[in-house]
Design a protein around this ligand. Structure first.
Ligand code: GRF
Length: 216
């Protein structure tokens, strides 16, 4: 069993997917920089300690992160899990949790780091999109890739339909990746993450409505 602290900012659907997955992980606390985050209420409902730390109470980003680190360290986590945590992290924060800080990003990195990934993917006309779980480094949405899930982009997709298709995969991918971490199966060499005993670190979503014709 490893101990995890989860950081969120909002809805918390990835948090819920992690909590529902029966992982060998003790979720010690959920911390949000937005007091109204729906994910906090969800965690409370699961009797997990929650902390709301409003980032607007701190003028300096470094002061906020220092306070955040104090709270995280009180739980002595093996891993810090970013699940829709929408803050840029300071170098001090990343350094403190290096190698045990993971994030999920709604694109196939290194494509589309940053915000509005689904809108940008549609604007570029990419045919395959997806999500990535990775270790966090000082470069935003960059770092050793633990696992990815790919979804097709369909001709009539909107930002909403595409986001939903990716989100379904996020909810499969993050529990899978955290399980590997908990099992101690991930190593990073020269910036590349590998999972022992795992032929593929990718999930593929089927193309909706595209069924093989088995009748012939
Ligand atoms: C997800 O799409 C995640 O990949 C991104 O922010 C969103 C958070 O959604 N980083 P939720 O709060 O987990 O529902």
């Amino acid at each position: 069993m490893i101990r995890a602290v989860v950081l969120i900012s909002g809805r918390g659907s990835n948090l819920a997917a992690l909590l529902e997955a029966a992982l060998p992980v003790e979720f010690a606390a959920v911390i949000s920089n937005r007091p109204q985050a729906a994910g906090l209420a969800y965690a409370r409902g699961r009797s997990i300690p929650t902390i709301a730390l409003d980032h607007r109470d701190h003028v300096e980003r470094s002061a906020f992160d220092a306070e955040l680190m104090r709270h995280i360290d009180a739980y002595q986590p093996d891993v810090v899990v970013l699940a829709g945590y929408m803050r840029i992290l300071t170098e001090a924060f990343v350094a403190r949790y290096a190698g045990r800080l993971v994030n999920i990003h709604p694109s196939l990195l290194p494509s589309f780091p940053g915000l509005d990934t689904h809108r940008r993917a549609l604007a570029e006309g990419v045919k395959i999109h997806g999500c990535t779980v990775h270790f966090v480094t000082n470069q935003v949405d960059h770092g050793p890739i633990i696992a990815q899930a790919a979804v097709p982009v369909l001709p009539d997709d909107t930002e909403t339909t595409l986001a939903l298709r990716v989100l379904v995969q996020e909810h499969r991918l993050y529990p899978m990746a955290l399980r590997w971490l908990a099992e101690g199966r991930i190593t990073v060499t020269n910036g590349v993450a590998r999972v022992s005993g795992q032929a593929s670190q990718a999930l593929l979503a089927p193309i909706p409505g595209d069924h093989a014709d088995l009748s012939a």
